[in-house]
Write a protein that binds this ligand. Structure first.
Ligand code: FES
Ligand code: FES
Length: 157
């Protein structure tokens, strides 16, 4: 079956088993390694991307479900020369330890800031609630998201 979609602004057309998990397609076929394989069961968030602007777990999303849709991965948010404010803030706050959860945290935060440019602590915690960090980096992650919000025009309060 042919599946057509857009990833980070580029059109993709693949002849593929429609049940293939989107995560596998992104990492193996398109070499986009921002999304990670964590649990494979929609329980950790490591595999998240923005699908039409909404944080979506790609380990349980069959590629057929994204036919005709727009995907943004961590790579599509920014790059070394032009980082997204969240990417910059995570570096500045050193908001990670092992780094495995960073994709999920930044993707969920990007979706949050699109709808709420100046979230409070509780709103941020709620938006990240399903994303697991086993390292205890949550306080720095919270600070980084508030820093990014402030840099983007919110006051970060
Ligand atoms: S790998 Fe997808 S939610 Fe854990
Ligand atoms: S920094 Fe290791 S899981 Fe969050």
């Amino acid at each position: 079956m042919t599946i057509d979609f857009t990833v980070n602004g580029k059109s993709v057309s693949l002849n593929i088993d429609p049940e293939t998990p989107l995560l596998e397609v992104l990492r193996n076929d398109l070499e986009l390694n921002g999304p990670k394989f964590g649990c494979g069961l929609a329980q950790c968030g490591a595999c998240s991307v923005l699908l039409e602007g909404r944080s979506t777990r790609t380990c349980v999303t069959p590629v057929s479900a994204v036919n005709g849709m727009k995907i943004t991965t961590l790579e599509g948010l920014g790059n070394e020369d032009h980082p997204h404010p969240l990417q910059l803030a995570f570096i500045e706050e050193q908001a990670l330890q092992c780094g495995y959860c960073v994709n999920s945290m930044i993707i969920s935060a990007a979706a949050l800031l699109q709808s709420n440019p100046n979230p409070g602590n509780d709103e941020i915690k709620q938006a990240l609630a399903g994303n697991l960090c086993r390292c205890g980096a949550q306080p720095r992650i919270l600070r980084a998201i508030k820093r990014a919000a402030a840099a983007s025009g919110g006051n970060g309060s």
